[in-house]
Design a protein around this ligand. Structure first.
Ligand code: PMP
Length: 383
């Protein structure tokens, strides 16, 4: 079988061996319910609390701030509801138009119910206004809370939330950041960022799918989405997914530092991929700001190409990538992120995202560059 080249780590990353081993042990040995007071329950409880320590330590948070969820989508929904509940009716919540759908959709639902939402546009490179300008706008429009991602999943744009938190100090604005794509790619510390809520997902950083966390400043009272469970101090009901939480803990302890150490090599490979695409004269345009981009992400628009067709032809050539966001794959709508850059819809359809992982090799980049020209040619829309 042809060696497949996986360049879709922003959609999901392979499970790290340390997470796999920790989960196997948990599945075999930890059958108790962490809420049970007998010894079997207490062993499961101890494993959950150890994972909480590992997540807290990896992300510069304190233990009580970590709330386990089913993933970043749930953490984002929980964060948005919490911001809404924290504000009096007239004040606005701000968010960028390039947020993940799990931030956009709950905000739109609240907007339909009367909550004022201030939508922040990005410039053609995917950048937000400077922190001082944002802080002034927030004061002017009576913004009491904001949800802004630390890094964008599609174009890799990184946002300086620490600088924004600094510019907003004293202004009484609650800040949530979706750090799902940033963790393990750039250093992330909840304490150093100065935000009040931070979402993360296990499966983007070497942990399993179906688990994540919201890190929450105790000054904010969370608005639980699931009622009727006392788990997670009443902040997230439901029996804990012990093996998945244990896997997330192991990934936080082992995979995050490893991935951060690999980040400079990843950036070099990503840059080589882009240099090779340019050298091949494929009518390609890089999207996003190269000066503030995740080290593993390359978003490219190919002229006269339909991204879905290119994705399928790359797949046949043994290469996995995404066209726009994986979550919206299968829809014919161009990506909301690419459209937000001001790209016309017919050109936005030509966008493809390459996202590398710590184990991506130079040989895989070379093989991708070898196969790409023929695949792009085959994917050109007949005019
Ligand atoms: N936020 C961002 C920025 C993401 O990239 C994703 C995954 N596509 C999510 C949230 C949702 O994460 P999960 O799959 O854990 O629900």
């Amino acid at each position: 079988m042809q060696h497949r080249i996986y360049l879709d780590h922003n959609a999901t990353a392979p499970l790290h061996l340390a997470a796999l081993e920790a989960m196997q042990a948990a599945l075999v040995e930890l059958h108790g319910n962490p809420s049970s007071i007998h010894r079997d329950g207490q062993r499961a409880r101890a494993a959950v609390e150890e994972a909480r320590r590992e997540v807290a330590r990896a992300l510069g948070a304190s233990l009580t701030e970590v709330v386990f969820t089913s993933g970043a989508s749930e953490a984002n929904n929980l964060a948005v509801q919490t911001l809404h509940r924290a504000l009096p009716p007239g004040r606005a919540i701000a968010a960028s138009v390039v947020e993940h759908p799990s931030v956009l959709a709950p905000l739109r639902a609240l907007e339909a119910q009367g909550r004022r939402v201030v939508w922040l546009d990005v410039d053609p490179l995917g950048r937000l206004p400077a922190p001082d300008a944002l802080a002034a706008r927030f004061a002017h429009e009576d913004v009491g809370a904001a949800s802004l991602m630390l890094a964008n999943n599609e174009i890799g744009a990184c946002y300086d939330l620490a600088a924004l938190a600094g510019a907003l100090s004293g202004q009484g604005v609650w800040l949530h950041t979706d750090a799902t794509q940033a963790i393990g790619r750039i250093p992330v510390s909840f304490g150093a960022l100065g935000v009040h809520l931070l979402s993360l997902s296990g499966h983007k950083l070497g942990g399993p799918k179906g688990v994540g966390a919201l890190i929450a400043d105790p000054a904010l009272t969370l608005a639980p989405l699931l009622l009727g469970g006392h788990q997670e101090r009443g902040r997230r009901g439901g029996t804990e997914n012990v093996p998945a939480i244990v896997g997330l803990g192991a990934a936080a302890r082992v995979a995050i530092p490893e991935a951060l150490a690999a980040a400079p090599h990843l950036a070099a490979r990503r840059d080589r991929l882009w240099a090779g695409i340019q050298a091949a004269g494929l009518d390609a345009c890089r999207q996003g700001d190269p000066a503030a981009c995740l080290p593993n992400t390359l978003s490219v628009r190919f002229g006269g190409v339909d991204g879905e067709t290119l994705l399928m032809n790359l797949d046949l050539a043994g290469i996995s990538v995404s066209a726009g966001a994986a979550c919206s794959a299968g829809s014919l709508e161009p990506s909301h992120v690419v459209l937000a850059l001001g790209v016309p819809p017919e050109q936005a359809r030509g966008a493809v995202r390459f996202s590398l992982g710590p184990r991506t090799t130079d040989a895989e980049i070379d093989a991708t560059l070898d196969r790409l020209p023929a695949v792009v040619a085959r994917s050109r829309i007949a005019s």
